[in-house]
Ligand binder design. Structure first.
Ligand SMILES: Cc1cc2nc3c(=O)[nH]c(=O)nc-3n(C[C@H](O)[C@H](O)[C@H](O)COP(=O)(O)O)c2cc1C
Length: 156
């Protein structure tokens, strides 16, 4: 099972997550479980064979709700999910690097393997609803599809 977890406040990360879920579901036989960060927990983490995390960048780091999810699952999962593949997409106004680096640090602590660099979508707008362009949605679709196909093929 591929677990796709995200949080959104203004809808942009949700648009990317929907595209990633669609890409993953179309790519192979692997089950895709989509969860909002506040709904996701330890059982989801342990049951998954791979992870895709979607977050906005807030205050130069991971969105609070995604951080809350990671804080809840970190110690119960430590030592139990080592080596599993993961990647992420970050939705930002003009940066996004801090959120991606934050995710990488936490994933390194859990000894997960980043098997795809993921991507940062920079919208140029702050805290506003907007339509995410097709190019970014395509990136999200490809990312979901790559992870699902890799799991399906036993690559990771
Ligand atoms: C409290 C707050 C802090 C933010 N901090 C950053 C930031 O540090 N860097 C950045 O590029 N964008 C920042 N943004 C912009 C968000 O990343 C952007 O609005 C994003 O689209 C939100 O994702 P969402 O539409 O899924 O809620 C911030 C937005 C909010 C509301």
């Amino acid at each position: 099972m591929l677990l796709i977890v995200h949080h959104t406040q203004f809808g942009a990360t949700a648009q990317l997550a929907r595209a990633a879920i669609e890409g993953a579901r179309g790519a192979g036989a692997v089950e895709v479980r989509a969860r909002l960060a506040h709904e996701a927990g330890v059982e989801d983490m342990l049951a998954a064979r791979g992870y895709l995390i979607g977050t906005s960048e807030n205050f130069g780091g991971i969105a609070g709700m995604v951080k809350d999810f990671l804080e809840r699952v970190y110690y119960p999962c430590e030592g139990r999910i080592e080596g599993r593949p993961w990647s992420a997409f970050v939705c930002a106004s003009n940066d996004g690097a801090g959120a991606m680096t934050g995710l990488e640090r936490i994933a390194a602590g859990l000894r997960l393997r980043k098997v795809h660099p993921g991507f940062i979508y920079r919208s140029g707008v702050v805290a506003q609803r907007h339509e995410v362009p097709a190019s970014a949605l395509a990136q999200a679709r490809d990312l979901g599809a790559t992870l699902a196909a890799g799991l399906d093929a036993g690559l990771y």
